[in-house]
Ligand binder design. Structure first.
Ligand code: CP
Length: 306
């Protein structure tokens, strides 16, 4: 039996995971595709969501229950004592006594790391502001492997909000371990932030910064589409200026061919035409559903039960 790559660890940032660990986690996920073993019976997951979520919260909930465990938590801070002024630190210290593992989603960058410092329990980052969304990346990589048979040597175009998109930040970092070639398609105001570009330069990852879908070559393997996130903008006028920057439809993806994989972390607005649900490469609902498999593996690994 190979070493458990998550035993005694938190899952906060994809910066914390090298290629061997990522491969080891993805290998373990396969065993959860048809898991019926109550590996986490008697264990409790706290889902601490300070920001809206459908997929991350519900799939962690489902994953824990499919493993025989129980869940507690909240889906906004209004109903918690945070609204009375309690600190995040104290909230985590208190929740520590009620559960065995925590998932936290919070609008502030660095909040998941702070939570991990506040408790001895494993903490999983369900998205911290515009920073990281590591469990989304693991389910994206799992879906990519299902779809393309590999995660190495892929040509991937990221399209949309690369500045605030935490799913993009986590996935780009991970793909840089696997000889990816990247096209970064965004309006200038929503470019990938400098620290993530620096990671790409340091790792020698080929990347092209462009502002038009037309600049992406026909033979890319993956288009990773993202929503322009209104909730992250300080300036409403700037949001209006870029909100319709990219609208992908059957006509403008036809040149990429039937082998293209089309991904989106969801939720989506008008950046994806509804007719693309019929495209053979449309993977967004697979991504969402694979979240349960991948998150079962993560919970079991973090709790030493896999
Ligand atoms: N992809 C994702 O994180 O979706 P939710 O915001 O619904 O959790």
């Amino acid at each position: 039996m190979k070493k458990n790559p998550l035993l005694g660890r938190d899952v906060i940032s994809m910066r914390d995971f090298g290629p061997a660990e990522i491969r080891a986690i993805l290998d373990r996920c396969r065993g959860f595709e048809n898991n019926r073993k109550p590996l986490l019976q008697g264990k409790v997951l706290a889902n601490l969501f300070f920001e809206p979520s459908t997929r991350t919260r519900l799939s962690f909930d489902s994953a824990m229950k499919r493993l025989g465990g129980a869940t507690i938590g909240f889906s906004d801070s209004i109903s918690t004592s945070i609204s009375k002024g309690e600190s995040l630190w104290d909230t985590i210290r208190v929740a520590e006594g009620y559960c065995d593992v925590m998932v936290i989603r919070h609008p502030a960058e660095g909040s998941a790391r702070l939570a991990a410092e506040a408790t001895r329990l494993p903490v999983i980052n369900g998205g911290d502001g515009s920073n990281q969304h590591p469990t989304q990346t693991l389910l994206d990589l799992y879906t990519l492997k299902q779809r393309t048979g590999r995660i190495e040597g892929l040509k991937v175009a990221f399209v949309g909000d690369l500045k605030y998109g935490r799913t993009v930040h986590s996935l780009i970092r991970s793909l840089s371990h696997f000889d990816a070639r990247l096209w970064l398609v965004s309006p200038t105001s929503l470019c990938l932030p400098e620290d993530f570009l620096e990671d790409l330069r340091d790792s020698g990852t080929e990347h092209h910064i462009v502002d038009e879908l037309a600049a992406v070559p026909d033979d890319v393997d993956v288009l990773y589409l993202t929503r322009i996130q209104k909730e992250r903008f300080v300036d409403a006028i700037e949001y209006e200026r870029v909100r319709n920057a990219y609208q992908v439809n059957p006509e403008n993806v036809a040149r990429f061919g039937a082998k293209l994989t089309l991904m989106h972390p969801l939720p989506r607005l008008n950046e994806v035409h509804a007719a693309l649900d019929q495209h053979p490469g449309a993977a967004w609902f697979d991504q969402a559903h694979n979240g349960v498999i991948v998150r079962q593996a993560l919970l079991a690994l973090c709790l030493g039960a896999a």
